[in-house]
Design a protein around this ligand. Sequence first.
Ligand code: PLP
Ligand code: COI
Length: 357
Amino acid sequence: MEFDHTAHPNPTSAARLEQILANPGFGTSFADHTAVIDWTAERGWANPRVEPYGPIALDPAASVLHYAQEIFEGMKAYRHDDGGIYTFRPLENARRLNRSAQRMALPELPEELFVASLEELVQTDRDWVPNGDGEALYLRPFMFASEAFLGVRAAREVSYRVIASPAGNYFGGELKPVRIWVTRDYIRAAPGGTGAAKTGGNYAGSLAAQQQATAQGCDQVLFLDPTRENAVEELGGMNVFLVTADNRLITPELTGTILEGITRASVIQLAKDRGMAVEERRVTLDEWGAGIADGSITEAFACGTAAVITPIGELVDGDRSIASAGTGEVTTSIREELLGIQTGTVEDRHGWMHQLA
Ligand code: PLP
Ligand code: COI
């Protein structure tokens, strides 16, 4: 399928773009274009195009507004020294989008169309890719039920889009260890639910807990599974790893209630490449606290596309505080290796990078 292109009639000025790229923040400014593909049950995917970024006209009865039939992905495009623009493991995002689509009764998008949509958008808006340390163009593919129909069934009209947003550190400012609020009031997902799908409702459901976290001076929420002895699940938007004094990595296993992070899978691979033992298993909050107390757990970090790898400095659990080691050596070294691969300064021995433009 060929993409049609319409140039933005009123593109961002060079001076304004320079200002945005000087201090990108996260998710606040958007590139001039959006890639769009329409789907109907009758004719499937059609009409791929790149059009000016702007408001979407949506019928007030569009079922996404009522029943939240929506999925999304998050990835980044990096400018390399060879002048090319690359992204990280896009087929993994394509596959996860399609697993989310199955769960949310949305149509699957052919992987090559997914990748082409990223290429077309980034080729059009390549000037929007920042090149500062730790900066990238965040790509947000998403799919939603646009059919105007209030009955509860899978929509027969769906829209897929990609928007792009220059991104620096997700937590703002320089990289520093984050404080995490342990929520005892809310869970994120349950067996048979939608926890493994990247769907908006999971994030809407996390916001009340996130508000509590913010009120406690914390950056993110940690969700537990109280039905499994307070097994650690994940943060609102990131997976979690613990580092042990004897050089093992521990991360919660994939049980269907957490998101299968692509950063998570990549960290596991990089750790194994270094000869570290990686344990994907149930890890409880008690084990975490006891491990910090007796020194057997030396570091903890959060990982995801937006956060890359961010050290966890402190867990706040009601009145109790569990301090981690701050920015430990293993966290720093894995972060540098992963970022190096993504930004083109470390050899890409697994063939993870894909040139978009
Ligand atoms: N967990 C949640 C809930 C997320 O939203 C994300 C972000 O995408 C992740 C984990 C990390 O996934 P990835 O590494 O694929 O970005
Ligand atoms: C990501 O890392 O891409 C995420 O989706 C996390 C958050 C911004 C939702």
